[in-house]
Design a protein around this ligand. Structure first.
Ligand SMILES: Cc1ncc(C[n+]2csc(CCOP(=O)(O)OP(=O)(O)O)c2C)c(N)n1
Ligand SMILES: [Mg+2]
Length: 561
């Protein structure tokens, strides 16, 4: 039988699973793998990152917009340790990212070899499936198992370690086969129990003010259309979590917007509290969405919980009905069970109209402000005005995430908003936006960054320039770790401690990388500059001198009196 090297087998297995892009950074232990990519990987494009953290975030952004597995790679030792943040973020966000790390030879273990590390132990708590290969002939099976694990059930991340000698040892060509089904997610979706679906339909039709709270599972499973049908038939309000944005168009008459402590506002919280039935779908009902399990008020409203992962059902709220199943298939079944509906005759629609009007009026006042430093509301409004509805907006933690979640309208369904909500590590948006652009090059991609995040990740501007990616970066410049400073203002009597840093000229830094850049202090100039930056067919950066978060009226419930 024909034989090929372990590294060649890896490249073939990636291709058979439909992988077209690999994001990574080279190393000594990766030389056989890189040579196999050089010789046999003509259908795979390698994107050289400047930091393995970034490579993993790129794979994450790529997976979020394509529905495919994102692949990142790095070498033993420092590469393996640097790649971790993106792996755990993807895993906890139910995004399939495969991390490949190369490793010292099996035969060199235990002899104080440079970069030696127990990689399998390192990755164990961070991903859904994880193995360091001991033999080359196990590789095809490991890849099949990893892809199946990442894309079925609750999607998640996987790690495969590739020791140096394993990359060089022979693999039988006959073992090289794969089911491309497992290159996309969710693979093999399963609908919920029909009896539970029928019970949920009865509850929905009997409720006067039902509300859906949609997590990332709607967009991941492509359940937007089924959700709309169920909501309209049941007369239900539809709210989302931060990750659930894109479940419904914000222009839909039943769309409430984002709820929770980050990006939710009083008006959206009131709708959750007014509901007599809450339906969590594709959502863990975690601390941010529920404002630490206070809204909805436990015990006061009936709860239906639908999620692909039975492990999240009924954990934080007692449920009337729990359904384990794919969101799309389960909502389609629910739509059939409800039929044309018309059950409620409730006042959901009127409540939503009033809440949206009140929220919008408060926002508009601040968004038109001529104040300096520029108010974050103005940045949202001006960016909204210059972007097409299908643009991808990637937001860092700090100012960008709550402001864009609360006030930027998702005018279309699907994945057009991305933020790293599992861990919220700083320095995500720049790299994730590059992955998103590569995955969906036909639409405009914008990254809204904190200046703290900029410091974590600025080196990756070189990658963006090298690739000529026409992404627009907007930096919220407030010379502080603003989110924490705001926490000190509101919770610790303004005892500001070690949260301020000096103001960087981000536009000048970006210029040095070859990015066309602007610095804006005058609110009157902002919209025109953003329009020019977004229109340009090259990487651009707009450095916005912004009102510090602790002085702003942020849509963050802990800071609202
Ligand atoms: C890697 C990492 N370290 C620390 C934190 C804690 N943290 C959350 S928000 C924040 C401040 C963000 O500052 P910046 O990026 O400048 O955005 P701003 O809040 O000022 O808009 C910090 C330090 C984090 N999220 N990630
Ligand atoms: Mg800042």
């Amino acid at each position: 039988m024909n034989q090929l090297s372990g590294a060649e087998a890896v490249v073939r297995m990636l291709r058979l699973h439909g992988v077209e892009h690999v994001f990574g950074l080279c190393g000594d232990t990766s030389l056989p793998f890189y040579d196999a990519l050089y010789r046999t990987g003509s259908d795979i494009r390698h994107i050289l990152a400047r930091d393995e953290r970034s490579a993993a975030y790129m794979a994450d952004g790529y997976a979020r917009v394509t529905g495919k597995v994102g692949v990142c790679e790095g070498p033993s030792g420092g590469g393996a340790t640097y790649i971790l943040p993106g792996v755990v973020e993807a895993n906890e966000s139910s995004i399939p990212v495969l991390a490949l790390t190369t490793d010292i030879a099996v035969g060199s273990r235990g002899k104080f070899t440079l970069t030696e590390l127990d990689q399998e132990a390192l990755f164990r708590p961070l991903c859904k499936w994880n193995r360091v290969a001991d033999t080359a002939r196990s590789l095809p099976g490991l890849f099949r198992t990893a892809f199946r694990a990442m894309t079925t059930g609750k999607p998640g991340a996987a790690h495969i370690g590739l020791p140096f000698d394993v990359q060089n040892d022979p693999v039988d060509e006959g073992d090289i086969w794969a089911d491309p089904t497992f290159g996309r997610y969710p693979a093999l979706p399963v609908a919920g129990d029909p009896d539970a679906v029928a019970a949920a339909a009865d509850l929905l039709l009997a409720a006067r003010r039902p509300i859906f709270v949609c997590g990332g599972g709607i967009v991941i499973s492509g359940a937007e259309e089924a959700l709309r049908r169920v909501a309209e038939a049941a007369g239900a309000m539809v709210a989302t979590t931060i990750s659930g944005q894109g479940s419904i168009s914000d222009e839909h008459p039943l769309a409430v917007g984002v709820v929770g402590s980050n990006g939710g506002v009083i008006q959206t919280r009131e709708l959750v509290d007014a509901a007599d039935l809450v339906v969590f779908v594709g959502c863990r009902a975690g601390s941010v969405t529920t404002e630490r399990w206070r809204h909805p008020v436990p015990g006061r409203t009936k709860v239906i919980h639908i999620d692909v992962d039975p492990g999240v059902l009924g954990v934080s709220y007692e449920t009337e009905v729990s359904i384990a199943g794919d969101a799309r298939l389960t909502l389609e079944a629910l739509a059939r069970a409800i039929g044309e509906g018309g059950g409620t005759g409730g006042d959901a629609h009127a409540l939503v109209v009033e809440a949206r009007r009140s929220k919008r009026d408060a926002f508009r006042l601040l968004a038109q402000s001529e104040d300096r430093p520029i108010r974050p509301e103005r940045v949202v409004a001006d960016l909204q005005a210059v972007l097409d509805p299908d643009a991808t907006v990637v937001c860092d933690p700090g100012t960008p995430c709550p402001y864009f979640s609360a006030y930027y309208d998702q005018r279309t369904t699907g994945r057009h908003f991305i933020s790293n909500r599992a861990h919220g590590a700083l320095g995500y948006a720049l790299s994730a936006s590059l992955g998103a652009h590569i995955g969906r090059p036909g639409v405009k991609t914008v990254a809204v960054m904190g200046d703290g995040s900029f410091g974590f990740t600025v080196g990756e501007l070189e990658t963006v320039v090298r690739l000529g990616a026409p992404i627009t970066f907007v930096v919220i410049s407030n010379a502080a770790f603003g989110w924490i400073k705001a926490g000190q203002r509101h919770g610790y009597d303004s005892r500001f401690y070690s949260v301020d840093f000096s103001r960087t000229n981000h536009a000048a830094v970006a210029e040095a990388f070859g990015v066309r850049s602007w610095r804006v202090e005058d609110p009157a100039r902002l919209r025109a500059v953003l329009a020019e930056a977004v229109e340009a067919d090259e990487p651009t950066l707009v450095d916005v001198i912004c009102q510090p978060l602790d002085e702003a009226r942020a849509p963050v419930s802990e800071w609202v009196a």
